[in-house]
Design a protein around this ligand. Structure first.
Ligand SMILES: Cc1cc2nc3c(=O)[nH]c(=O)nc-3n(C[C@H](O)[C@H](O)[C@H](O)COP(=O)(O)OP(=O)(O)OC[C@H]3O[C@@H](n4cnc5c(N)ncnc54)[C@H](O)[C@@H]3O)c2cc1C
Length: 440
């Protein structure tokens, strides 16, 4: 069987690897000049670094198994997380349950309510009962309006923007809490986060090499312009190399790991019901400024910003996770935003963003000075975060599309967990097995 795969991110490569291991011929086409998609890396002073901060939880068993299988298990490091929240000029620790009780922006009674609601969600096994209600409604009614306004609201707004934060389903929050709880050791006191030394890029490069050793092909800078569908069946891919040269390759099956808003452009018109499911999910884009500093900004790895006067939602100081000695002694800080593509910040270029963002760093470290910044980078990542509404289990598009031999596998099909490399690997493998079953 010859299977064409669109996309060289975690999903596409995991699917290709699974098929290649079973003796099938696979060809992966990635339109970017690099592999890894949302988890791809770029070069910072000779060291690969993720375009958008990345870490793993101990509960990310699918990708951890793959990392072991690739012989990279020894590259994983597990490090205590250092999470904080900035509120009214003060940074509060947010690692242990005790930190929650010390969170002064809430009154004591509200802190207790927040703690009890969080504990309840951690213990609750059934997410389906939470599906029908939005996170905003559920949290306001169970934790109270003040707890919502000062704690959950800023977090949801940070991830989904003003426009979507009221729409997100409560099952999404449940999934997020459970992933993090599962990553805590016994006693739940400390959370460990994992990072593959050598970066996520090494995982994708090794995966591509294994696929090639097994007889598969992995192409970068090759864009799929059209999925050829004949008599209701996918039979090939029309490819472009960016220089105007097009060619068509024949396949027995095709797996597309493209976002749901791009997929319909590659195929003939889809039936209304499938199309409605694809259109049901909107995406937030991620806008990232990466700063290379000559000294640390804070002592936190992850700092949530609960201050609406600051024009970014999180500060991720990567070198408070993986030490500066791995980056030539420099300190690496991401300033992160999730936005709609119509937001002015989404359209800004690096210089404009620096002008807008940098003055606010004094609110995190009053000593901050522009002279600390040695270099900066700007990444705009489209389709970064699907907005998952209520009752989503009934509206997930099927991996098997209405066209025979054509499969869709993207982050909108991960549920109730939030999207992540682990779930993309799991989905890629699952869809590869689906293709093999169907073709058999
Ligand atoms: C800022 C940010 C931080 C994140 N942090 C974490 C984290 O800490 N831990 C974690 O596990 N996950 C994290 N994630 C999520 C994780 O990166 C994604 O869930 C995962 O990488 C998605 O993989 P994918 O293969 O499904 O999709 P993608 O990575 O989007 O891959 C799809 C690929 O298809 C290619 N493509 C699209 N159309 C075409 C076409 N027509 N022809 C050829 N190629 C095409 C794209 O270029 C892309 O490379 C983060 C994501 C972002 C944006």
């Amino acid at each position: 069987m010859r299977v064409g795969i669109i996309g060289g991110g975690a999903t596409g490569l995991a699917a290709a690897h699974e098929l290649a291991k079973q003796g099938h011929r696979t060809a992966v086409y990635e339109r970017a000049p690099f592999l890894g998609g949302h988890a791809s890396t770029f070069d910072v002073g000779g060291t690969p670094l993720e375009r958008g901060y990345h870490h793993l939880f101990t509960s990310d068993t699918d990708i951890l198994e793959l990392i072991d299988e690739l012989g990279l298990g020894h590259r994983m490091r597990w490090i205590d997380s250092k999470v904080g929240t900035l509120h009214d000029g003060t940074i509060y620790n947010f690692v242990t349950p005790l930190d929650l009780l010390r969170y002064k922006p809430l009154s004591l009674i509200d802190r207790v309510r927040l703690g009890l609601v969080t504990l309840y969600l951690q213990r609750r096994r059934d997410w389906r009962g939470l599906e029908g209600v939005t996170a905003a409604d559920w949290l306001r009614s169970h934790a109270g309006k003040r707890v919502y306004d000062r704690f959950w609201g800023p977090m949801l707004r940070g991830k989904f923007g003003e426009e979507h934060c009221e729409r997100v389903g409560m099952a999404w929050v449940w999934g997020k809490i459970h992933t993090r709880v599962a990553s805590r050791g016994r006693g739940m006191l400390k959370e460990k986060l994992g990072y593959p030394m050598g970066s996520f890029g090494e995982i994708f490069e090794t995966l591509a090499r294994k696929i090639q050793e097994l007889g598969g092909e992995v192409h970068v800078s090759r864009s799929v312009q059209r999925i050829v569908v004949e008599d209701g069946r996918a039979t090939g891919l029309e490819l472009g190399d960016g220089a105007g040269d097009a060619s068509t390759e024949a396949f027995d099956a095709v797996i597309a790991s493209t976002p749901s808003n791009i997929f319909p452009r590659l195929v003939p018109p889809l039936p209304d019901d499938y199309m409605a499911k694809l259109s049901d999910v909107s995406y937030m884009a991620a806008v990232l400024i990466v700063l290379v500093l000559d000294r640390p900004l804070s002592d936190k790895y992850w700092l949530n910003i609960a201050d609406r006067s600051i024009p970014f939602v999180a500060v991720i100081e990567h070198t408070n996770f993986i030490g500066p000695q791995h980056y030539g002694g420099k300190h690496i800080v991401y300033l992160s935003n999730y936005l709609g593509t119509d937001d002015p910040i989404y359209r800004m270029e690096r210089e404009e963003l620096l002008q807008l963002y940098l003055p606010h760093l004094k609110k995190i470290n009053s000593g901050f000075d522009l002279s600390w910044v040695e270099a900066s980078y700007h990444h705009r990542i489209d389709g970064a975060q699907p907005v998952i509404g209520t009752n989503y289990s009934q509206r997930i598009p099927d991996h098997r599309t209405p066209f025979k031999g054509l499969y869709l596998a993207n982050t909108t099909q991960i549920y109730p967990e939030d999207r992540g490399t682990n779930y993309s690997v799991r989905m890629g493998k699952r869809v590869a097995r689906m293709v093999m079953e169907d073709m058999a």
